[in-house]
Write a new protein. Structure first.
Lengths: 311, 319
């Protein structure tokens, strides 16, 4: 059994009347890349602030790296790092100065600090820019220095809040590869907030979807896709030579069929069980010819939309 | 403690590197050097005027104390007004607090750095003033004068740190730096100008003049003042001075002038009020302990308020 590096127990945060995080129970395994997803304002960032001990939960608690987020938050900040959504370093300081400040705040001795700064800038590919001020950097460069800043304390777990937001495709790919490499080589646990579905699909082992402060689902990506395209929720697309009047009503009467829709000249039959035989027979009985028939898998986008709109 | 020092070190570098600090330091230095020069001029003409006149100024000139009365609030507030909320709006607060430091290290570090910057400013300014004056006069302060100067230096530092703490308080209280800078400017104007105007209006309302008390005898060529008129003016002055006591700038001005043992300002030198001079430092401190204590209490309240509010405040997404 894998160790849970993060475990929340009924974690709740209220801002006045607003419940940002609502009785959240979530676990993250050591060494995995966990996709933490949800619509804007779902409570993702608030959850991360609580897990870093920066915001006190209204009720419930959580354990990060073996430490309680309320009682031992300073210990957590030794083993966990956060890369906030927006650039969080000092624009008027150089990359080296920013990293040096963070190194000092982590009580790293001078020599070690210098070595690590060089090492981290090397990892994120910013070695040549150490003496330039942050404000002169592009968003992608800032983001890379931000990642270096998050890694300088050599954490066991990092929270990345939309690390590729606003980056061009090249930058996005580089950051994604960096995350995968760090996870593989340094056994770093990553909690990744992102809205980019391909990015999630390519990096995350498991995802947790949060909506209105509650965890709606937590599953591996494969299971998530399989679950929705399984026998429980079939969708079959038909292209017919013609759609005789009354056909849709007849199809809806077939046992197991939940609904039938017509879009762009195609019929979509939603059913709870495999009723392909009865459906095709009904169509041909009405005198139409089936030109194309195929089960339509749900795209990742549709899966997420389903969960995002729920609750 | 390590966190506090690290934050303080970074903040101090920021302060000394900032144009804001350099401009204010330059302005204070310029005004103070001019005041020192005027002081030297006065001392040369007056046998019994001592070295401290380079700080107290003369009746008709602008002095170091007055520089501090008028620019002190601005100096202190400028160093504190964006201490915390700037970190919030720049999103650096969550990064800073995401490090394994105690939460109060941030505010303590900023306090230490600001106080150190102001100490440098005061010691530097007074040092440069003395450095200008001594060669021109050919003599330095006597021992009692030197101790008065040191006490004035400490009082000035405490006074400026008080304003800085009020600035820090605004920076914790408000989310945006544009709000806290407006609050700071309003505070500065209130205490440097509005209180004086208000005191003068209230005093003239409370103490009406007797009328016909002031006339110039053309043939005698001199001003004649009735005893009633003189009394009314003195009463007005007393009322004004009492009202102005609510302003820390006046508390400082009174205490600072007394410490140097020299009459201060334009109005007080006009002859309407017999100004009591306090010859020794101990006498001055005894007479002004309440003023000094009030400034210190104000400093402590502002810092404690900021400290508690900051420790209780939430870090929200985006900060």
């Amino acid at each position: 059994m894998t160790e849970h590096i993060i475990e929340t127990m009924m974690l709740t945060k209220n801002y006045g009347d607003l419940t940002a995080v609502d009785q959240l129970n979530m676990t993250v395994n050591e060494g995995e890349i966990y996709g933490f997803l949800g619509p804007n304002g779902a409570g993702k960032t608030t959850t991360i602030l609580m897990l870093m001990g920066l915001s006190v939960p209204s009720s419930g608690t959580a354990v990060v790296g073996g430490y309680d987020i309320v009682e031992e938050s300073r210990e957590i900040r030794k083993v966990a790092s956060v890369l906030p959504e927006y650039s969080s370093l000092y624009g008027d300081l150089t990359a080296n100065e920013n990293l040096d400040y963070i190194g000092r705040l982590n009580d790293l001795p001078k020599e070690e600090r210098k070595d690590r700064i060089d090492e981290m800038l090397e990892i994120v590919g910013m070695s040549d820019w150490g003496d330039s001020k942050l404000e002169s950097f592009s968003r992608g460069m800032k983001q890379r220095v931000g990642i270096a800043a998050a890694l300088i304390k050599q954490p066991k777990v990092v929270f990345l809040d939309e690390p590729t937001l606003g980056l061009d495709p090249v930058g996005t790919k580089e950051i994604r590869e960096l995350i995968l490499r760090l996870n593989r080589e340094q056994d770093l646990t990553v909690v990744l907030i992102s809205h980019l579905l391909p990015e999630i699909q390519m990096t995350c082992g498991r995802v947790g979807i949060i909506n209105k402060g509650r965890l709606v689902v937590t599953e591996t990506i494969e299971n998530l896709t399989r679950e929705m395209t399984g026998a429980e929720d079939r969708r079959v697309e038909f292209k017919l030579s013609e759609v005789p009047p009354g056909l849709i009503g007849d199809l809806e009467a077939v046992e197991g069929v939940k609904s039938v829709t017509r879009e762009n000249g195609r019929l979509y039959v939603y059913s709870g069980v495999d009723s392909d035989y009865e459906v095709s027979k009904t169509i041909t009985d009405r005198g139409a010819v089936i030109l194309l028939m195929r089960p339509r898998e749900y795209t990742l986008e549709e899966i997420f939309l389903k969960y995002y709109e729920e609750g | 403690m390590a966190g506090t020092l690290t934050v303080a070190q970074k903040e101090l570098r920021d302060q000394f590197g900032s144009k804001r600090f350099m401009i204010l330091f330059g302005l204070v230095l310029l005004l103070s050097s001019l005041a020192a020069y005027q002081g030297v001029d006065y001392i040369r003409d007056n046998q019994d005027a001592g070295f401290v006149y380079i700080f107290s100024g003369t009746q008709m000139s602008f002095s170091f104390i007055q520089t501090m009365v008028y620019f002190g609030p601005l100096l202190g507030l400028a160093l504190g007004f964006d201490a915390i909320n700037k970190e919030r709006t720049n999103g650096t607060l969550s990064m800073l607090m995401g490090q394994p430091i105690f939460r109060d290290s941030v505010i303590n570090g900023k306090f230490v750095a600001g106080a150190a910057a102001l100490t440098t400013l005061v010691v530097g300014t007074m040092g440069i003033m003395s450095g200008l004056a001594i060669p021109m006069l050919g003599f330095g302060p006597t021992m009692p004068e030197a101790s008065k100067i040191v006490v004035l230096m400490l009082l000035t530092i405490v006074y400026l740190v008080f304003w800085m703490c009020l600035g820090i308080f605004y920076s914790v209280l408000t989310k945006r730096t544009s709000t806290s800078i407006m609050a700071s400017i309003a505070t500065w104007l209130t205490f440097s100008i509005v209180v004086t105007i208000l005191a003068s209006v209230v005093a003239s309302f409370l103490v009406p003049l007797p009328g016909e008390g002031f006339r110039i005898h053309a043939e005698a060529g001199r001003i004649q003042i009735t005893p009633e008129f003189r009394e009314a003016i003195q009463k007005r002055m007393a009322v004004m001075s009492d009202i102005q006591k609510i302003s820390p700038t006046n508390l400082y001005e009174e205490a600072a002038s007394d410490i140097l043992g020299v009459a201060q300002g334009f109005m007080r030198g006009m002859g309407f009020q017999e100004f009591q001079r306090t010859p020794t430092l101990n006498d001055a401190l005894a007479a002004n302990w309440a003023n000094i204590a009030t400034i210190i209490v104000g400093l402590v309240i502002c810092f404690a308020g900021s400290y508690i509010m900051f420790l209780r405040s939430e870090i929200r997404p985006g900060e």
